[in-house]
Design a protein around this ligand. Structure first.
Ligand code: DX5
Ligand code: ZN
Length: 225
């Protein structure tokens, strides 16, 4: 059994209905979202383009929980002033996308934001180890970044376990976040068991099968059960 306070749910608005975005953000906030996961895609680091800061501002205007901003953009250092505008937001960059990862992480910290580094399914944990002591969040991508609704890659659990061992042994503060293919089933349960304390969930929360509150309740129940 995992204590509710320990695991945060971060619904990803990439799966939301964009014609009703403001209301969906309000609804998921009322349903108990701990963070709102915001996927910014540039069409270079990943093949698709999602949205820019105008939409991020609109999301922020409809919630009082911190945004967990996932920058799937090449050289995110050029866009930090655009997206790291509000100190309570968390900024996540990709290890593969930064020219100088350590200095990008430092810059985000200097701006007053919590900072996270994400690694793709094909990227080794060793790529992020050097900056791990500086991080608030390390994020394991459990799908290839670029789209919601993909199946969870089971090998991601080994990466979460390895990160947890390193973090615990060294006494680092970083939380482990997992992004991609998380459902209210063994993917959520096993991720938490492996050491993840922030779960991103897109299509599991925003879908046509159930209401947002019901989906949130099921996800929470699955983590606790
Ligand atoms: C994928 C994005 C994810 C995505 C998750 O590139 O980073 O945040 O929205 O969606 P699901 O939970 O449907 O895999
Ligand atoms: Zn994401």
């Amino acid at each position: 059994m995992v204590s509710e306070a320990r695991v945060l749910i971060a619904p990803s608005v990439l799966s939301a209905n964009f014609s009703d975005l403001g209301r969906q953000v309000q609804e998921v906030t009322e349903a108990g979202a701990d963070l709102i996961h915001v996927d910014v895609m540039d069409g270079v680091f990943v093949p698709t383009i999602s949205f820019d800061e105008v939409v991020v501002d609109a999301i922020r205007a409809n919630t009082d929980v911190p945004l967990n901003i996932h920058l799937m953009v090449q050289e995110p250092e050029n866009l930090l002033s655009t997206f790291a505008k509000v100190e309570t937001d968390q900024i996540l960059v990709h290890a593969e996308a930064c020219r100088h990862l350590r200095s990008t992480v430092s810059r985000i910290k200097d701006m007053g934001n919590q900072v996270g580094v994400a690694i793709n399914p094909d990227t080794l944990v060793s790529e992020v180890e050097e900056v791990l002591p500086m991080l608030d969040i390390v994020m394991v991508m459990s799908v290839v970044p670029g789209a919601s609704g993909q199946p969870f890659i089971p090998e991601s659990l080994d990466k979460i376990r390895l990160l947890k061992r390193i973090i615990d042994k060294a006494g680092y503060m970083a939380q482990i976040e997992v992004d991609g293919g998380i459902k209210a089933d063994c993917t959520a349960k096993e991720s938490v068991k492996a050491g993840a304390t922030i779960l991103v969930a897109g299509s599991a929360i925003f879908n046509d099968r159930e209401s947002i509150p019901d989906a949130m309740k099921r996800m929470r129940g699955c983590i606790l059960g």
